[in-house]
Design a protein around this ligand. Structure first.
Ligand SMILES: NC(=O)c1ccc[n+]([C@@H]2O[C@H](COP(=O)([O-])OP(=O)(O)OC[C@H]3O[C@@H](n4cnc5c(N)ncnc54)[C@H](OP(=O)(O)O)[C@@H]3O)[C@@H](O)[C@H]2O)c1
Length: 346
């Protein structure tokens, strides 16, 4: 697999990219925080893989609400991690699927030509991305690159929430809000794979989709407020947090587990106020209130690859956009009404 050589006349430097005079690539680039219009389609230097890195030729990259928060720099608290005045990495995006173009000296498990999917913290909305080898696994044979790119962050979040935080066991009742969204569409399928009785909460237009994903029961939130029914759940994965914590707790069994999982919130602190409240309350009740931050783990991506290979889990693709339409993709995800995943094909 050859790396495309281009003239880099006019290429603008991006942190971590190769020096002037080297090969270039097309990328969605932002030089400041702001709305999707801050994204430009630019020629930038090709990233240089370190000893343990892989240079991936990106075929597809998915975007999720976290990418929107990092692009806008809001809530402002994200700037502590991603750059105070401007984004430290000029290229947005985290999830990707593609083909190995080159490997660093220490990488033995992957070779040029391998089809891989995974995640990178150095930007994926580009023709190439530099990825630590440990963040990549092989694409299952039954999966397209678009499907594979849709998986990493959203599916790992769903897996970690249900398996590690809630410890879901067969026969338990699990309610998932935002069941038609990126995290929720994976969560419904993973909870079913764990043997739970699953209820998905979504709007009327998504009822059929959530049923197709395997939900035993579907609550249409435009007609029914799940916090006001008699039904109690062992586990609630609340991806939306449209109702106050106290109301959601009423729908939980006395020793049930609630994972408040929405990243949305105020301009400064985002969901942090709600997270602190849940943690404080957790000390005074037998119910478990457990907000968490998902972490990229290769082993979890391998677990998901198995679930995908056996057809127990399949990504739902809402829309695909071209790299030049990256701003539209992020605008759409930011609006909060995606049905499954939004993928950019490169
Ligand atoms: N803890 C972590 O580390 C972590 C990691 C990743 C993501 N997250 C968070 O997880 C949340 C979910 O992410 P996502 O990718 O699934 O995207 P999302 O944009 O939050 O979800 C979109 C979906 O939510 C549905 N929805 C909107 N309002 C609803 C309501 N009141 N009740 C039920 N469904 C509703 C929408 O359907 P309609 O438009 O039809 O209503 C749409 O299908 C985000 O807030 C994200 O920040 C957390």
């Amino acid at each position: 697999m050859g790396i495309k050589q281009r003239s880099n006349a006019g290429a603008r430097p991006v942190p971590g990219a190769s020096p002037a005079g080297a090969a270039t690539m097309r990328a969605a680039v932002q030089h400041r925080y702001g709305p999707p219009s801050v994204l430009e389609s630019s020629e930038v230097g090709l990233p240089l893989p370190g000893r343990g890195d892989v240079l991936v030729q990106v075929d597809a990259a998915s975007v999720h609400p976290g990418d929107y928060f990092v692009m806008t720099g809001e809530p402002y608290v994200v700037r502590l991690a991603f750059g105070l005045r401007r984004p430290r990495h000029g290229i947005p995006g985290r999830d990707l699927a593609g083909v190995v173009a080159a490997v660093g000296k220490d990488v033995t498990a992957l070779r040029p030509g391998d089809e891989v999917f995974g995640w990178s913290t150095a930007g994926t909305l580009a023709e190439y991305a530099c990825v630590p080898a440990d963040n990549l696994v092989s694409v299952p044979a039954n999966l397209s690159v678009v499907d594979a790119a849709a998986v990493p962050t959203s599916a790992m979040t769903a897996l970690q929430a249900l398996r590690d935080i809630a410890n879901v066991r067969p026969g338990q009742t699990v309610l998932v809000t935002g069941a038609s969204g990126g995290v929720g569409s994976f969560a419904v399928q993973i909870a079913k794979a764990f043997g739970a009785e699953v209820t998905g909460v979504c709007s009327t237009r998504n009822v059929d989709l959530v049923r197709l994903l395997g939900a035993d029961h579907v609550v249409d939130y435009t007609r029914t407020d799940f916090t006001r029914t008699e039904k109690r759940y062992d586990v609630i994965l609340d991806n939306v947090e449209a109702q106050p914590l106290a109301a959601v707790r009423r729908a939980l069994t006395p020793t049930g587990t609630l994972i408040p999982n929405s990243g949305r919130g105020g301009r400064w602190l985002g969901p942090l106020g709600r997270i602190v409240k849940a943690r404080v309350l957790s000390g005074s009740t037998r119910q478990q209130l457990k907000p968490f931050l998902s972490v990229g783990k290769r082993q979890d991506l391998l677990t998901l690859a198995d679930l995908l290979a056996t057809g127990q889990v399949m990504p739902v693709i809402d829309r695909t956009y071209s790299l030049d339409e990256a701003a539209d993709a992020l605008r759409y995800v930011g609006a909060g009404h995606a049905r499954g995943k939004v993928v950019i094909t490169v």
